[in-house]
Design a protein around this ligand. Sequence first.
Ligand code: FEO
Length: 388
Amino acid sequence: MKALEIKKGVYWVGAIDWKLRNFHGYLTQRGSTYNAYLIIDDKITLVDTVKHYFFDEMLERIKDIVEPSKIDYIVSNHTEMDHSGCLPGMMGIAKNATLICSPNGEKGLKRHFKKDWNFKVVNTGDSINIGRRNLKFVCAPMVHWPDSMVTYIPEDKLLLSNDAFGQHIASEERFNDEIEWDIVKSESMKYYANIVLPYGAQVQDALKAVESLDIDMIAPSHGLIWRSGIKDIIEAYKKWSTNTCDEKAVIAYDTMWHTTEKMANAINDAFTAKGIKTALRSLQEYHISDVMADILESKYICIGSPTLNNGIMPTVASLLTYMKGLAPKNRIGIAFGSYGWGGQSVGEIEKAFEACKFQLPLKDLKLQYIPDEKELGELKQKIINAIP
Ligand code: FEO
């Protein structure tokens, strides 16, 4: 297995996870990669590792360049085990290596691995000379865990950004401009919506630090390496981290006897009539992690469920629980649903919207049993009237 030189003396030595389809609940249809980077300098440095079961794959790539026992430094930008899983193996081989991490990284790694490795704790602004290069560290707490940091190499204008700017894409290609932009963009959006969205304030802090750096390549720990479009992805992160939305509507629903579906279609027609783009998502067909990608840039979040056993359908409950955790802000919520008796579903969805602090311009949008064209027409008109 071959390493790939991404900058002179800097090699990608990660692993490709072609089979990954579930990343803690996030449907990863395209698989993923775990990107580790080897820097050949006076002090040989490995930045991050890979999931534990890809140890041999990473080791083969390192051996392609250097004898692994000669590694002097291992930088752990992030404790989560998709990047730290091979630390025990690597520290066992590179017995004299120093393990560099943030203060929370040291705490997290000790809790994970119960090893008293030779830690060197670094903070934002610290740097370590490895020969021709300096490694500069910027802590980026909560992008994605409290321990997260990024490593910057000014001599190479290279940012090793760990989870930030990643995408879950398994491919032979290593660079963003080797794959269609639409795929890279949509997977970057989905990744942000499902991994990074709750941490907007922290992303903005990290972006301020990154913007002061002279960068011509961003090498994240998942997916493709950005050697072009850097301004575009940074601008996208600014937009997403500030919950800046477009005039778009997501209409996500489940249905029992097609009444809630008819309501979803009427709501879809209302937005279309107002010239607003929609994403109509049956939760029987669309995964909640794909719906979150739709939610990322949409101002209007419409969610519908029939009443089932005095509550909502499990698919809708799943979306609401997931969405509340990911905490999108500054949205307008429209809850809707059908019922036979009881009719509690709409109230349940409205409660979830209130927990997200969404605006609710309409309340109690429910229809009993089978609606006729007049009732559906009235629903459509209510939505048209409520949209500014
Ligand atoms: Fe890719 Fe938060 O780990």
